[in-house]
Write a protein that binds this ligand. Structure first.
Ligand SMILES: Nc1nc2c(c(=O)[nH]1)N[C@H]1C(S)=C(S)[C@@H](COP(=O)(O)O)O[C@H]1N2
Ligand SMILES: [Mo]
Length: 393
């Protein structure tokens, strides 16, 4: 079977793979989004460091595979090893690209995170299969390289175990795929949230202007994942209220009807979450924040803009310069339709040049302040200047 060094290397590789699977699944889980918020940024760094260690051991495995290929008359083992190398290589590569937020969408039509998730499905299934068959073969050392073909009861039992392990891994992989990719919001929480998807009762609905419907961008590409640290708040036009206050000459305080009377613009922009998924070519219609600030008259003492959500928990902030960027808007329509409640409707902030954690959903208040404010995710490890890496400013 395995000699000392390979054995140790194998244990090391296995432990790291297990830790990677666990941290990866926790990072993916929406259920733990609020509970683990404080740890999230650190957990993703840990996941990356583990991934690097994992990648380093791959090199040694390439050599082991080559030797096995040469020495073995039984082609099963080398094939498995090579298969594992391909999967682990894909996981490592997409993981590293994710860390440096390199988007493969233009190249592959799939976001880097989607590719990483597919690799994880294959990797975890292969791992499960390997555990099941490997546990057995440890009790029968004759197994690995002799390549016996005689139909002994041993062989029958062995192939039975192989087959059950394969079926188990397939089922496990299927379940995992469903969980990882299920609809666009892929989580247990989304089941309870589904009924909140369109829970807003806003009258009248904003009527789309030219370019908004049909959407000038031709319809968005990709999938939004519903990210929220709170239950989704449902709004109705009777109770919904918006304020712009703080260091301004003419504070704004308005109901839904008055809000819809504010001038709107249409733009096509991309949407990037820092965890690695993106949505492209979304046609948004909404109120330009810069224009709104002009209407309100920003006082000289104001240096920062703070944003509040109707969920009562989430906040974020921009510097005044950032807030005045031409494409920062309070969106009310997406591809010509009212923004669904799970995606932040009736009104959400958009800062296309920054990661979407700046894009406060269920936006209902803006305040001009003189001191910096550190928002929800910003106070939990995400950078306050959230420029999307690799985007030209
Ligand atoms: N109120 C509120 N706004 C929020 C969040 C949130 O949890 N609560 N999550 C942010 C993050 S991290 C992202 S990636 C986007 C996700 O937007 P979506 O749910 O519409 O896809 O919303 C941002 N705005
Ligand atoms: Mo995000």
């Amino acid at each position: 079977m395995m000699n000392g060094l390979t054995g140790k290397l194998h244990t090391y590789h296995a432990v790291i793979a297990l830790l990677l699977a666990v941290t990866g699944l926790v990072l993916h889980s929406q259920l733990l989004r609020e509970e683990l918020a404080f740890w999230r940024a650190y957990l993703s760094n840990l996941h990356f460091v583990l991934g690097l260690l994992f990648t380093f051991t791959l090199g040694t495995y390439v050599r082991a595979a080559a030797t096995a290929w040469k020495n073995s008359s039984n082609m099963l083992l080398p094939r498995i090893t090579v298969g594992w190398l391909v999967i682990a290589g894909a996981l490592s590569l997409t993981g590293i690209l994710l860390f440096f937020t390199v988007d493969l969408y233009n190249l592959t039509g799939l976001g880097t995170l989607t590719l990483h998730r597919w690799a994880a499905v294959f990797g975890i299934s292969a791992g499960l299969y390997h555990i099941a068959t490997g546990l057995y073969s440890q009790h029968s050392p004759a197994d690995e390289s002799t390549g016996t073909t005689s139909q002994s009861p041993q062989t029958d039992r062995r192939s039975f175990i192989r087959w059950s392990a394969a079926v188990g891994a397939l089922l496990g992989g299927g379940g995992l795929t469903k969980w990882l990719f299920g609809l666009s919001a892929n989580t247990d929480l989304s089941k309870t949230n589904k009924k909140y998807k369109d829970c807003n009762k806003m009258e009248p609905q904003p009527s789309p202007s030219l370019g908004s419907l049909p959407p000038a961008g031709g319809g968005y590409k990709g999938n939004f994942e519903v990210f929220t640290v709170t239950p989704i708040p449902c709004a109705n036009s009777e109770t919904w209220h918006f304020t712009l206050s703080g260091l301004v000459d003419k504070p704004i305080s308005t109901n839904w009807k008055g809000f819809l009377d504010l001038p709107r613009v249409v733009q096509i922009s991309n949407f990037h979450c820092i965890t690695g998924w993106s949505v492209y070519n979304v046609t948004y219609e909404g109120i330009s924040l810069g224009q709104l600030l002009d209407i309100a008259g920003v006082q000289a003492a104001a240096k920062y803009v703070k944003f509040y959500s109707g969920d009562g928990v989430y906040t974020s902030a921009l510097s005044l310069d950032q807030a005045k960027l031409a494409d920062v808007m309070i969106a009310v329509l997406m591809d010509g339709q009212p923004i669904p409640s799970d995606l932040g409707g009736p009104a959400r902030l958009l800062v296309p040049q920054m990661y979407a954690y700046k894009g406060v959903k269920w936006l209902n208040a803006i305040e001009l302040i003189s001191e910096p404010h550190i928002g929800f995710w910003e106070s939990r490890g995400y950078e306050n200047d959230a420029w999307v890496r690799g985007l030209k400013k």
